[in-house]
Design a binder for this molecule. Structure first.
Ligand code: GLY
Length: 371
């Protein structure tokens, strides 16, 4: 039988450069890939109970076959595990396993596990090695790449963390087979985001190939590889988000506010919130006469086809008010003298950082959108 194709996307960061490997069945070769890059390292696998049920055993087998001794630590699934107690759990389990700085923390899971395990890897013994094994689409195309790690504070999301780049990202696309349709769709919003930010031909390719990406097969891997290459490029040019990396936040100012107001709950998951957020960003861009209204309509039509929400009215439940949303935006972003920065669009693939957007005008816009 022919070996399944493995794609390699490099992230160029000088002596901290690393590869993103993408392919079906990669979990089986995780041990060999890690041993080749980090010879002699021992490991702790951090996962959540749901992901562990599906994927822990194959990963453990693969590590054992490569001679890598591994402890494991699992947390409860969900955003609640990006917490101080869960961080303490990972840190103490890593120390109890007597792991050293040259040993490796392996994150097996979605964005929550990756952010939590990465933060622990960044602080235990002042920084251990770290491997991401992302098992959700969102984690494979976004959160596992680029070194942002964090937990949440009662004051807000992602407020406590460090930049800590992984040594390797292993994206086994077969793990997406166990992902719910809803979470696959939500991850797809981040895929489409790369087209909207800076790659109009990729957005057009997604318009033509969306069904095939959802069905699996080579188009899915292609979409993941293009997304990772886009993110790798941005991260290597602006690791610490002093400029261009902020473009990755297209739709996120609105999206984070929507997540906050809906209590980071099942009412609206992250990808759904940023799908609505990206349509709002396009609509606000049209309001500022930066682009025509057709851009928002095109984006909304594509998201609707993908089964994603595009309008505030589609969010179930109540509590969605102008005041609540503007308060959440003010908490999430630096608002100085009634102005803030927002990622806006001059067209598909033409995102830019708009400085000095007026919160007064944004408030009027949101009021209109809430009807
Ligand atoms: N997810 C946005 C970033 O990594 O910068």
């Amino acid at each position: 039988m022919a070996e399944p194709a493995i794609r390699t996307v490099p992230v160029a960061l000088g002596d901290r450069s690393y590869d993103i490997l993408i392919g079906r069945g990669l979990l089986a070769s995780a041990g060999a890939e890690i041993a080749a890059r980090l010879p002699g390292a021992r490991a702790i696998i951090v996962s959540d109970d749901d992901v562990a049920r599906h994927h822990l055993e194959p990963l453990e087998r693969s590590l054992a076959a490569a001679g890598i001794a591994a402890a494991t630590f699992t947390v409860r699934p969900g955003e609640g595990s990006k917490s101080y107690p869960a961080l303490q759990g990972v840190v103490e389990a890593t120390l109890a396993a007597r792991l050293e700085r040259g040993d490796v923390v392996i994150a097996l899971g979605g964005g929550v596990v990756g952010d939590l395990a990465g933060f622990a890897a960044g602080i235990v013994r002042r920084g251990m090695r770290f491997v991401q094994v992302p098992t959700s689409l969102l984690a494979q195309v976004d959160s596992s790449v680029g070194g942002k790690t964090s937990i949440n504070s009662p004051q807000g999301k992602n407020l406590v963390g460090v930049f800590h780049q992984p040594n390797l990202v292993l994206a086994d696309t077969a793990t997406l087979d166990t992902l719910s349709d809803r979470h696959f769709r939500a991850g797809y919003a981040e895929v489409a985001k790369y087209g909207l930010i800076g790659d109009a031909p990729f957005f057009a390719w997604l318009q033509a190939n969306r069904a095939a990406v959802f069905a699996g097969g080579p188009e899915r891997e292609e979409a993941i590889a293009v997304s990772c290459a886009a993110k790798a490029g941005v991260v290597s040019r602006d690791e610490r988000e002093s400029g261009e990396r902020a473009l990755l936040n297209l739709g996120h100012t609105f999206g984070h506010a929507l997540e906050a107001v809906t209590g980071y709950s099942d009412r609206l998951v992250h990808g759904e919130a940023i799908a609505i957020g990206m349509v709002l960003a396009a609509e606000y861009s049209a309001r500022m006469r930066l682009c025509g209204p057709d851009i928002a309509a095109t984006i909304a039509a594509h998201f609707t086809e993908a089964g994603l929400p595009t309008r505030l009215g589609e969010i179930p439940g109540d509590g969605l008010t102008v005041d609540a949303l503007m308060a959440a935006i003010a908490q999430d972003k630096k608002v100085a003298r009634g102005r803030l920065n927002l990622i806006l669009l001059r067209g598909i693939g033409q995102a830019f950082i708009a400085k000095d957007v007026s919160t007064e005008d944004l408030t009027k816009f949101i009021a209109e959108k809430l009807g």
